[in-house]
Design a binder for this molecule. Structure first.
Ligand SMILES: [Zn+2]
Length: 177
């Protein structure tokens, strides 16, 4: 599996690595808590149905040196993140793609390459892009131009937008000085 260098570089230099202990056992609201207590100490819920569900779910995870990973068939284990770290990773990866016309699709794609996992990754990525003014403006604009049969990216509105955003336009030709 190829991981883009920019993703790797921020993972390596980020303080996230030092904060690993934060996502270990303990935080009550973390989605990982029940799974970790079960894998580590065999703690099971009182209810039968909840126990069954937890066991099924926990089979997809593995605890290595107190860190929870999600197993995969043909991919490396994905390190499970609690909400704060998930938020941090989303923010950092979003910086790379902010303003890109692919919107949340690209963010989700890039997040999938980070080897981290949390259950609401897709939803969070979508919400993040929706909440980002720059992503929204660019995304809407691209939709308008793509529907413009071949004249996309080649008119005054788009030029204005580009200069406003500090984007050099590379499509200028003698016909459109
Ligand atoms: Zn953005």
């Amino acid at each position: 599996m190829v991981i883009p260098s920019q993703v790797l570089s921020f993972v390596q230099v980020s303080p996230l690595i030092d904060c690993v202990s934060v996502q270990e056992v303990g935080f009550e609201n973390y989605w990982t808590t029940l799974i970790v207590s079960y894998l580590k100490e065999g703690v099971l819920p009182e209810e039968k149905e909840a126990t069954r569900k937890l066991k099924v779910k926990a089979a997809c995870f593995i605890l290595i040196k107190d860190i929870l990973y999600k197993r995969g068939f043909s991919r490396p284990y994905l390190r499970c993140l609690g909400p704060e770290e998930a938020d941090y990773v989303t923010r950092e990866v979003h910086k790379e793609i902010c303003g890109n016309h692919s919107g949340s699709h690209l963010l989700i794609q890039k997040l999938n390459m980070t080897r981290y996992y949390w259950p609401t990754m897709q939803k969070d990525a979508h919400a993040y892009v929706m909440a980002c003014n720059k992503c929204q403006r660019f995304g809407n604009l691209i939709r308008v131009f793509v529907s413009d049969n071949g004249k996309q990216f080649d008119n005054d509105t788009f030029r204005d937008f580009c200069s406003e955003q500090g984007i050099k336009n590379h499509y200028s030709s003698p016909a459109h000085p």
